[in-house]
Write a protein that binds this ligand. Structure first.
Ligand SMILES: [Zn+2]
Length: 492
């Protein structure tokens, strides 16, 4: 009697390889992924040299013509396109117009192929073959089974040390991109697992990434029960069609509430401990903190709505019934806002993260002074180096010349404005040997800081900044706020 011989069953592929085989489409499973020069997703059209059939990459030239052009000392391109002949073909040129993955073992090959497929599907960054070829050379030399065998920074360091890529190069970009997406594939990342994280990446939620914010963070909300509720609230708001930027501002407002609890009531262990006296304390704490008056108002409005939603949807089932912020408890904005700049827009202008993106300290301090004091932009630009005087009760006041009234005037300073002025003075003392006569000196051709920044320069910088931060209204349309409208963003 002989035992039947059973062929040994093949072992299952490791889970990530199985996922890659399932996810990478047949055209990207090839060892040599050809790029049709007429396919607009990867290719950029054909080489501009008359008679050359290859794909054009840098300067609209194929790699061979590009190298020749470089070696010929970069003559004017139009002449070069017209006068150079085609390259005589020398044998098969397989790596021309293709991503060549032949050096890689199966799993690594599919890992790189997956990054190519993702780029293809996203249609945002164009890959050029040399980026992939450098990446392939790096991986082939490393004898690894998977990119994920090592931390991404190890790979980057090796690419730099071996000279295969430069810091900030597109090859490094593709390496990090491949790594990130592979990790997501390995972890089964989708919108659901993204919502479980404490920092939501907007791209992973399938939402618009063409304008900020690109992440929404709950990580700074230190109480786990509050963080969980804030995330449910945010998810609910997104689902009901609120703009990402609105949800982002709401998450920040709940963060201030979290800061308050951590600092003033660290013993509150869950929502049951949130009694009405704590809420009253919170309202008065907000009124005296260093946020601008506008942000104080926004934060209270947000937390009021958040508590109400938590009660309605039972996200915080132990929340006492008296834990309410009444609408008449929310301090009014210090001055009626002009109707032409709506509060949604102002929230973005006052956001400390956005202010941090102003191009230089002088502009940033100037903007804060205008917003906090309500000075006309023209008057603020012209402030002397020390415009602060202490009045009889010791409260700092700003003395300035009101050009419109042709008179010297004085107004009390908020803590935020006083700090911005002190910071600006300190900056100037570091930069210039002798304190200059003016507080906001012009940057160019002004070595001693004698001239003030001009109103025109300020306007230009503000409008560039507004574009940079993607200033927009509630419907997502870009908006412009002029330098003089900034003074209506007043705080207490
Ligand atoms: Zn060519």
């Amino acid at each position: 009697m002989t035992a039947a011989v059973h062929p040994l069953p093949l072992p299952d592929p490791p889970p990530l390889l199985a996922k890659l085989i399932e996810t990478v489409r047949p055209e990207f499973q090839q060892r040599l992924i050809r790029i049709d020069p007429d396919n607009p997703v990867f290719a950029r059209g054909r080489c501009a040299v008359e008679g050359c059939e290859r794909g054009g990459w840098s300067k609209q030239l194929c790699d061979s013509h590009y190298n020749r052009w470089r070696l010929a000392d970069r003559p004017p391109l139009d002449d070069y396109y017209a006068t150079t002949g085609p390259i005589a073909s020398r044998g098969p040129l397989e790596r021309t117009d293709a991503f060549d993955l032949r050096e890689l073992p199966l799993q690594l090959r599919l890992e790189v192929a997956y990054s190519i497929q993702r780029r293809h599907d996203e249609r945002r960054v164009r890959l050029i073959p040399v980026m992939i070829h450098q990446l392939v050379a790096l991986l082939a030399a490393a004898q690894a089974a998977s990119l994920l065998d090592r931390p991404v920074d190890d790979w980057v360091a090796e690419a730099l040390v071996t000279g295969r890529a430069r810091t900030g190069s597109r090859t490094i970009g593709q390496l990090r991109y491949a790594y990130q997406h592979l990790q997501d594939l390995a972890e089964g990342a989708d919108a659901e697992s993204e919502f479980a994280r404490d920092v939501w990446r907007v791209a992973m939620l399938g939402l618009d990434t063409t304008r900020p914010p690109r992440t929404i963070s709950f990580a700074e909300i230190s109480q786990p029960w509050l963080r969980a509720a804030a995330k449910r609230h945010a998810r609910f708001r997104l689902a009901s069609g609120k703009a990402l930027s609105t949800v982002d501002i709401e998450a920040r407002s709940i963060r201030y509430f979290s800061d308050f609890l951590a600092e003033q009531h660290p013993d509150v262990a869950d929502e049951a401990g949130l009694d009405r006296p704590i809420i009253e304390h919170y309202i008065s704490w907000m009124a005296t903190n260093a946020l601008g008056g506008y942000q104080t108002n926004t934060s209270l409005v947000v937390v009021r709505g958040f508590l109400e939603a938590c009660r309605r949807h039972r996200w915080l089932p132990g929340l006492p019934t008296e834990t309410i912020i009444y609408i008449d408890e929310i301090p009014r904005r210090p001055r009626p806002l002009p109707r032409f700049v709506d509060e949604f827009v102002m929230g973005q202008l006052e956001d400390p993260d956005n202010l941090a993106r102003l191009p230089d300290a002088t502009t940033r301090h100037l903007v804060i002074v205008i917003m906090e004091t309500g000075l006309r932009a023209f008057d603020a630009c012209a402030l002397p180096f020390n415009p602060v005087i202490d009045d009889s009760v010791g409260w700092p006041c700003l003395r300035y010349f009101n050009h419109k009234m042709a008179a010297e005037q004085m107004i009390p300073l908020s803590a935020v404005a006083a700090q911005a002025i002190r910071d600006q003075q300190a900056d100037l003392q570091v930069r210039l040997d002798v304190p200059p006569p003016v507080l906001f000196p012009a940057e160019n051709a002004n070595p001693d800081g004698i001239r003030s920044i001009s109103y025109g320069t300020l306007r230009e910088r503000l409008s560039r900044w507004e574009r940079d931060i993607g200033l927009h209204d509630e419907t997502g349309r870009p908006v412009v706020v002029t330098a003089d409208q900034f003074r209506h963003i007043l705080s207490a």
